[in-house]
Design a protein around this ligand. Sequence first.
Ligand SMILES: [Zn+2]
Length: 267
Amino acid sequence: MAFPSSSKAFASSACGYPDITRDWLHQRELKMRYRTAFNGEGYGVHPSTTSFTMHEETHTQAGKVIRDLHALGRDYARSDGPWTYRWTGIAGTKVCKPGYHRYGAAIDFTRFDWGSGRYMDTAVHGEERRRYLRRRYLAVIATCRKHFGTVLHCHNDPDGSHWNHIHADRGRQAVAMNWGYQTDTTIIQWAARDLAGMEDMAIDGDFGPQTTKGYKLLRERFGAEDVDPTSSPTASRLWLDLIGRHGMADEDAGAFRAGESAAAAAR
Ligand SMILES: [Zn+2]
């Protein structure tokens, strides 16, 4: 079943949208765990496997995020690879409140875990001092954007609540990137800062002259002069795949090139 096409429809419909209940994403052994608290260092605490109710399409799309993060860990681990994906931390999916959560069309991620102490915690790593962990967070954001049109995070946080989780929803489909959307502009800004060395890049969602410069620098380093991420969803995914690979592998922009990403972007 398709989603209502406008946010107005989402705001006014009842809570009884069709949904499913699952305790896994992508594969049955890759469980979800509810984040119940934070420990003394600010990391999420996720004691046990938990079932969540959500729209079936949200489950499918979130499963693709996990599929891609599993592949990134396997093929682009920063050290001692391959990494094997284990479980995902979740703060919530379907909640009867205004917005996309009401329809189970949104999911709040809190942790992505590859086992053996390799993970990304959304409450800490977005503003982490260590760049390789910020890069890993960026890789996750880019991967989420491949499969969801709206991704809110610590640098795209309109209501101040996303310092500790990543929100992804299908209110906007996984369409081509559009610089009028903060979801898309913040990813480019973040990539320019942490992958291409533009240390003074503001991650503010405003696609101005500095961001244009960052975008051109990335395009050149990625060998993506002929690939405009605003031209199609496939071109958009190619860019997001490149950002994901660099972020996961902790490499500077240019380590991987656009020509090698075509296959991954097609999925
Ligand atoms: Zn949310």
